[in-house]
Structures are given as C-alpha cells and as structure tokens.
Design a protein around this ligand. Structure first.
Ligand code: PMP
Length: 433
C-alpha cells in the first residue's frame, strides 16, 4: 500500500489517511464541524472514517486495520458484530423498529436490570445518558420538593446546562456558550472523596434534592472511591433526606453485572445506566426504588418517542445474556489488568513518567504524572504529549480515546493486548521527550 511504510522491526506504520482526509473534507461541507459530536472535531490528525468492525478490530476507509480501544466511547462491550446481538437486532427490525406501545422486550430487559440490581424495584427506559440523568434529577426534585443538587468536580453527567457544571474547570464565565445563566444557583460542587465538604453543604442547606456521582470517577482518571466514601455519602444522604444517584453510565454492566453497586455494596436510590447495556445500540435506563420511579404515573413527566423501543431492548436482552455467561467479568478484569500492567512496564522501560489506573476493562494512562488519585492529578497530566502518543498508536494500528482512557471488550484477546503493547513500546519511542 502506498501510504504505509515499514520500520526496522517490519511493523507497518501508517503515514497518512488519504481517504479519511477526503471524507472529512467532504463532511465539513454538510455536517457541523464535519463530525457528529463536538469532542470528535479535535481528533488528530483528523477524524478517521471507518467502514466496518469485527470482534476487537476496526477497518478504516483506507484499508487499515486497528485494534479498537474506543469501542464507540464505551458501548461496544461485546466488541463488533457479536452474533447473538446481530441476530436479535436483525430479527427485530424485520418485525418493526418501534411500536409506540408495549412488547415483551420492555419487561424482559427490565427484569434483567432488576436481577443485576436486586435491591431496586423499577426501571424506566430512555435513550441517552444525558436524558436519563435529567430524568433522575426530576424524580429527585419531585420526591423532595427541593430544587438544588450536589455533584462532584470532574464527574460527567451528560451535557445539559445544569449537569455540565463542574465537569471541567471553567475557562470563561460558563461551561458552554449558550448555557442558561442561573445554573450556578442550583448546583453545589464538592471535591471527589471529601466527606467533610459534602457534610458541610448538606448541613448548611435544606434545599438539596440529590447528590449525583460516578461511583468510580471514570471520566477524570478512572479513580476508585476512597475506602468507606460511598457508605459515608449514603449515610449523609439518609440523614438529610437527600436522594442519592449513582451515574453508572460507564460502570454499569462493565465492571460487574450489577456495576459499582455490586462491587462496593452501597445502594443508591437511583442508578443511571447506558452504554454497555445494549452493546452499541442507543439505550439508557433509570433503575430505582418504586416510590421514586412510580411518580411517573402521578404527574412527573418522563417522555420520549423512542423510549423502550423494541430494537434497543432486543439488543439489551442479547447483550446482557452474553454478559451474564459465568466468567465474563473475570475475563474482562483479566484483560484490563494485562493491558494496565503492560502499559506500566512499557513506561518504566522507556523511562517516561506516567501513571496507569485500571478497574475492570477500563484503563487510564496519564503521562507526566506519577499517580492519578485526584481530579487535580488528572488535570495535571501532559495532554500534548499524550496526544502525540495517540497519533503514534493510531499509525501502528491501535485506536484509542483522547485523554488516556482505554476500553476493552469481551473480544480483546491476550494476543491483541500483546500486539498493542508492542505498538505502545514503539509509539513511546517515537514521542519520547
Ligand atoms: N454519565 C456518564 C458517567 C457518562 O460517561 C456519559 C457519557 N460519556 C453520560 C452520563 C452521558 O451519556 P450520553 O453521552 O449517552 O448522553
């Protein structure tokens, strides 16, 4: 191939992506920014356009093969083209994409979720994590009659005006242009892991409806909660009559069938799920106590044309059935550990300062820092150097996320990971400061 060169170890190195580049130029004329979500606009050297995926691999429009650690930004927990998922979706589309009325997958998929979260009673279906987080906030406000909420710095709960507050430090007056200008009146920010700060807010105020958190701070460093922290939050919420909401959009059905609730044994009032639950098809859910969820029949609006559509829920049933096969989460954990250990060793060998966190099949790599234990550590990592590394990985057939997070699927084999680590070694060599 013309655009592929060979280095001394005869590893193929992609020099350019002419067809992707042309596709991007064409897309820029019709799509806002040439991409479908703003985060992708900054992809270096430009967004890659893909043609197909299979198992742990992706193929782009220039004919290059990649080991995929992006997994659609998380949903493709079964990799690409899982036969059970393909059959379920193919069969359902022939029977109708959506009915706007009841069907068996609505309750069958809900039963799966309640089996995974046996302490909770009811499920609501929605489409994206952003929507489901907004629904959770509305349910908490309806229950408590209070308007304000607490969230932790660096956590992500979707892109809505109020939920985006605190995700990243502000560079201007708002988190995004066009944001409603009174959001700060309602949102109270607390550092992750700080029981005293949370206790202080909840003791000072009687208008807090909810506390939102990612039980593992995945979106800013894959940082586990400090020991006892989740239990302390639960206790404070109980003491102050506040609804506790775990945003398990990433951790749910990824680190265990019952997500972080199963792993840490602390039960919130509401759990928000998305991404892995439908294996790549659009779906989110709110799981919770009956008293909270059943408010949807007593004047608390929960709406959406596509809510509970049979295509998404057939996909969810197939995906969860696959994930429920004994040993699946041990395999995902082992794959995550193999990758994380290998990345740490490669950094050490190359003499590059870096830190690697791993929980189940989620890995975070940060350069220029010796540990990532706080949001500040995460913000302190060398983004420019990592972005160079990301391009060098891409050139060597490894597709990863910006910011240093890696997702693994049930399809990532030891051989995939070992090949990835070879590419990582070489990529580090290419960017070494
Ligand atoms: N919560 C968390 C923890 C997330 O990671 C995300 C998406 N990355 C969301 C909510 C929002 O989900 P969506 O992109 O489906 O709106």
């Amino acid at each position: 191939m013309k655009n592929v060169a060979t280095n001394e170890q005869s590893v193929k190195i992609i020099q350019s992506w002419p067809n992707s580049e042309a596709a991007f130029r064409r897309a820029q004329k019709s799509l806002g920014g040439g991409v479908s979500t703003g985060l992708r606009a900054g992809a270096q050297p430009h967004p890659i356009f893909f043609e197909r995926g299979h198992g742990s691999k992706l193929w782009d429009v220039d004919g290059n093969e990649y080991i995929d650690y992006v997994l659609g930004w998380g949903p493709n927990i079964l990799g690409h083209g899982n036969p059970r998922l393909v059959d379920a979706v193919s069969e359902q589309i022939q029977r109708g994409a959506t009915y706007g009325s009841g069907h068996r997958f609505e309750y069958e998929a809900a039963e799966w979720l309640l089996k995974a979260y046996p302490q909770l009673d009811r499920v609501l279906w929605s489409n994206t994590g952003t929507e489901a987080d907004l629904t959770a906030l509305r349910l908490a406000r309806a229950t408590t009659g209070r308007q304000h909420f607490v969230r932790f710095r660096g956590h992500y709960h979707g892109w809505s005006d109020q939920m985006i507050v605190g995700y990243r430090p502000r560079t201007g007056v708002a988190d995004t242009r066009g944001q409603q200008d009174d959001v700060d009146d309602y949102v109270h920010l607390v550092p992750w892991g700080d029981v005293g700060a949370l206790s202080d807010v909840l003791s000072r105020r009687d208008d807090i409806a909810a506390v939102f958190l990612e039980p593992i701070l995945v979106n800013s460093g894959v940082i586990a909660p400090p020991p006892g922290f989740l239990a302390a939050v639960r206790e404070l919420c109980d003491r102050h009559g506040v609804i506790l909401i775990f945003d398990e959009v990433i951790t749910g059905f990824r680190i265990a069938l019952g997500g972080a609730v199963e792993r840490f044994g602390v039960v919130p009032d509401l759990v928000v799920l998305a991404k892995a639950i439908a294996g790549g098809v659009t779906l989110s859910a709110i799981v919770g106590r009956a008293a909270l969820i059943d408010q949807v029949t007593t004047g608390t609006t929960h709406a959406g044309t596509y809510n509970g559509n049979p295509l998404s829920l057939a996909a969810a049933c197939a995906t969860i059935a696959e994930l429920a096969v004994p040993g699946t989460f041990d395999q995902l954990e082992a794959a995550g550990a193999r990758l994380a250990t290998g990345l740490r060793e490669a950094l050490r060998r190359a003499g590059v300062v870096g830190a690697v966190n791993q929980i189940g099949p989620i890995v975070q790599c940060g350069l220029g820092v010796t540990e990532i234990c706080t949001f500040e550590d995460y913000l302190g990592a060398d983004v420019d150097l990592y972005n160079q590394l990301l391009v060098e990985l891409l050139r060597r057939g490894v597709f990863t996320l910006p910011g240093g997070r890696w997702y693994l699927s049930t399809e990532h084999s030891d051989e995939d990971i070992d090949r990835t680590l070879d590419a990582f070694d070489a990529a580090l060599g290419a960017v070494r400061p």
